[in-house]
Every structure is written in structure tokens, then in C-alpha cells.
Design a protein around this ligand. Structure first.
Ligand SMILES: Nc1ncnc2c1ncn2[C@@H]1O[C@H](COP(=O)(O)OP(=O)(O)OP(=O)(O)O)[C@@H](O)[C@H]1O
Ligand SMILES: [Mg+2]
Length: 408
């Protein structure tokens, strides 16, 4: 279907794809947009995940954790990821079609392999950037659907960090006219969203909080050979080292100079430093795990506490992302924030493992329809606008008998 016909349609079904910083799986969410007044305007139809094959995961993490990279390998990984996303999406599209759901458009975030929010001087200019891999051309070709991708670049071009970018989408999915909403997404990196009620004089806020699961995951892999600390059982057995925690909190991110962060600051390098600290001061492995979780929790608490103090109507904190399955982490959050009820976002009708993928579906639809998704919000000290972001890639056009010929 041509793009102009797609844009003109009243109802649109979009498949959002997200492969987060944890590089654990490709999350897929189906969202239907309807202009009919009888139906809700946005409906989450379902989601699925496809685990990243071990070899692909290893390549992503190696690339993300290495400063000197081989450009050839970067190009190959872009293609391999695009191929993996395309195949996984095509498989899901076939299953959806069997149940009567036809997807019109794909919105693919890609895999972040670098996030550089701090400006540096190059050739007299102050530059920053972010890079996501996963060739959208492969996805479009393998699914035969148009693909919206590269959502972060428009934000960078507007002078921002390329994150957070899902504020307007999350607002459309979760903001309620009746009550303020506070969400914390605990993925590889943790971030929060705050949507006040429209008549309040407050404005939406969103920022990264610091590490989510990434440090705990790397430590778990290095110390126990396990991809993550299931339910936080090992961390629960340990005691947080206050000395190490205060060293970790001296990380420049917590000084508030940037509103987003990544594995560059809270990845392999820092985990290795934590392990050598533990060896030097004879800290048990479980204490390291407990300290990593306390860092995550402290990052979130520091960001949300001032909001709770300002908006007395806030009574709940909704958790999304894989970290909400870490019972120890959730318990620690509840202890730090006794004034809030800690809830799971699943209570609001969307599986919490697919929220980001659903947000990209919302952004994909907005890009296709050129709908301004301007939401004024503050991230730290800056005032920002959300651009209509994304690049559109079309699937190859099939040559029809008698209507044209493919050259060559
Ligand atoms: N049962 C569990 N117990 C403890 N931790 C869990 C459990 N299930 C998932 N996790 C954690 O969740 C992580 C995956 O979370 P998620 O997919 O939200 O992160 P992500 O891929 O980095 O996403 P994003 O960066 O887009 O927010 C795992 O790496 C693991 O740390
Ligand atoms: Mg994930």
C-alpha cells in the first residue's frame, strides 16, 4: 500500500519494536489507532518477545563496551540486527494474521550501541550523538511493510540529548485527566515519567535516573555466570556497602549535568571497577549485588522525591520494564518511598514488558501522519519540545506482470 493511502486510513495498526540496553530480547507491541469516536483512540492489542541469540547479544555488548571499534564489524552488525528484527517481526505478523490482525506499519527503535549525551568540542563545534543499529531496510524487506526508525536523531538535531524521546507517546498511553501519573521504567537504564493532571500548574517531567539493571546484570554474569539475578535473591542476601555506594554516587551523571545516560557510564568498565574494589576490601559478592541495586534505587528515589513533595495528589508509583520482576529491588523502593504505593504498570492494561515497544508504535504512527507530538516538558533544567521524529523506509515495490519491468 502506498504511503499516501496508508496516511489517509482511519484505522492503523502499528507494530513497535524495541531492543533495549540490556540486549536481552526484541520486544514487540501491537497498537491500534482508531479515529472512530466509538472506539478508544489507542488500543494495545498484544505483545511478544524474541530472545536475542547468544552470539548476537555478545557482539552487541562487546561493541557497546569497547571504545575502539572496527567499522566493518559495525556495518555487519547493523545488517545482522536488521535481519534478526525483520525475521522476528515477520514471524509475529504471520501469527497475528492468523488471528485476524493485519499490521500496516512497523516502528523500530533499533539497538543503541553508543549514547553520548555530553557535548564535546570537535572542529570548533560542540557535538553529541547517539547511535542505534538494525537496518530498517532489512526490516522493511523481510516484512513487506514501511518502517519508521531512528527516532532519536531529530531530538539531537534540536540540540537535545536524543533522550528522553518517548514523553509524548507515554503521555498518550498513560496520562489520565483525573489523577497525576508517575512511572519508573527499570530497563538497562532507569528513567521516570511524571504527568500531572492538566489543570495543575505543573508540567510533565521525564529523565533518566541512572543505572537500571545493567550493572546488576554484568555483575551477575561475571560473579555467578547468570545473565541476571532472578528476583534479586543474591542481592537480598548481601548488605549494601555505603562506602562503595558513595563512590558510585560521585559519578558525574548524578551531578545532574545530563538528563540521559547509558552503558558508557554504567556498563562493563564500572562493573569491573566495582569488582576490584570488592577484592581490595574483601567485600562478599552478594554485597556487590546489593550495592548495585541500592544505586539503582537511590537514583530513582532522588529524582522522584522532589516531585512527590510538590504534587500531594500522587499516591502511586507505577513500575515498568524487566526490573519490576526483581522483588528485592521493588522492596527497596517501597522502603525508600513509604508515602507511595508501588504498583505494576500491568494494572493499567498493558503488559509492562512491552511499554517501550508500544511507545515506539505511538511514535511511528505520529511520524507517518506528521502529527505534531509537541509536549512541553522539562528534563532537568532544560525546556524541550518533542519533535515528530523518525525516518520512513519503504519496502521494495514488487514488479507486477504487464505493468513494468525490473531493470537488469
Ligand atoms: N525475574 C526477574 N528477576 C530479576 N530481574 C529480572 C527478571 N526478569 C527480568 N529482569 C531484568 O530485566 C532486564 C531486562 O529488562 P528490560 O527488557 O526492560 O530492559 P532493556 O532491554 O534494557 O529495556 P530498555 O533499555 O528499553 O528500557 C534483565 O536484563 C534483568 O535484569
Ligand atoms: Mg529488553
Amino acid at each position: 500500500m502506498s504511503l499516501s493511502r496508508l496516511i489517509a486510513r482511519k484505522s492503523l495498526t502499528v507494530l513497535g519494536l524495541n531492543s533495549g540496553t540490556s540486549a536481552d530480547s526484541l520486544d514487540m507491541a501491537v497498537v491500534r489507532f482508531s479515529a472512530s469516536p466509538r472506539n478508544p483512540r489507542i488500543r494495545f492489542l498484544g505483545g511478544a518477545e524474541k530472545r536475542l541469540p547468544a552470539g548476537l547479544r555478545q557482539q552487541i555488548l562487546e561493541l557497546a563496551d569497547t571504545r575502539e571499534i572496527d567499522l566493518d564489524e559495525l556495518i555487519y552488525l547493523d545488517n545482522l540486527l536488521g535481519r534478526f528484527y525483520g525475521r522476528a517481526a515477520a514471524e509475529y505478523l504471520r501469527a497475528l494474521e492468523k488471528s485476524g490482525v493485519r499490521v500496516d506499519l512497523i516502528a523500530s527503535h533499533g539497538q543503541t550501541v553508543r549514547h553520548l549525551p555530553q557535548k564535546v568540542k570537535r572542529l570548533g563545534a560542540a557535538v553529541r550523538g547517539t547511535m542505534q543499529l538494525g537496518s530498517p531496510e532489512f526490516v522493511a524487506t523481510l516484512t513487506d511493510r514501511p518502517v519508521v526508525s531512528d527516532f532519536r536523531q531529530a531530538d539531537v538535531a534540536l540540540g537535545n540529548e536524543g533522550a528522553p524521546i518517548t514523553v509524548a507517546a507515554m503521555q498518550r498511553l498513560f496520562a489520565s485527566g483525573a489523577d497525576p501519573v508517575l512511572l519508573a521504567n527499570i530497563g538497562g537504564i532507569a528513567n521516570y515519567f511524571y504527568f500531572p493532571v492538566p489543570r495543575a500548574r505543573m508540567i510533565p517531567l521525564a529523565e533518566d535516573c541512572g543505572p537500571g539493571n545493567c550493572l546488576s546484570d554484568i555483575l551477575s554474569e561475571s560473579l555467578y555466570g547468570r545473565r541476571f539475578d532472578r528476583h534479586g535473591v543474591r542481592a537480598r542476601r548481601g548488605v549494601c556497602s555505603m562506602r562503595l555506594l558513595s563512590l558510585l554516587l560521585a559519578n558525574p551523571f548524578f551531578a545532574g549535568k545530563s538528563v540521559s545516560t547509558g552503558r558508557e557510564q554504567f556498563g562493563r568498565h564500572l562493573a569491573d571497577e566495582m569488582i576490584s574494589f570488592a577484592r581490595r576490601f574483601s567485600l562478599p559478592d552478594e554485597d556487590l549485588m546489593a550495592t548495585a541495586i541500592e544505586l539503582t534505587v537511590t537514583g530513582i528515589v532522588r529524582k522522584v522525591e522532589p516531585i512527590i513533595a510538590r504534587d500531594r495528589r500522587l499516591s502511586k508509583l507505577y513500575l515498568t520494564g524487566g526490573g519490576r520482576h526483581n522483588i528485592f529491588l521493588v522492596d527497596r523502593l517501597a522502603q525508600h518511598l513509604p508515602e507511595l504505593e508501588i504498583c505494576m504498570i500491568d494494572d493499567l492494561g498493558i503488559n509492562g514488558d512491552y511499554i517501550e515497544a508500544a511507545a515506539y508504535a505511538v511514535m511511528g504512527e505520529a511520524c507517518l501522519r506528521s502529527r505534531p507530538t509537541e509536549t512541553r516538558f522539562t528534563s532537568g533544567r532544560r525546556q524541550a519540545v518533542c519533535p515528530v521524529a523518525g525516518r520512513i523506509t519503504q519496502p521494495p515495490q514488487r514488479a507486477r506482470a504487464g505493468k513494468g519491468r525490473v531493470a537488469g
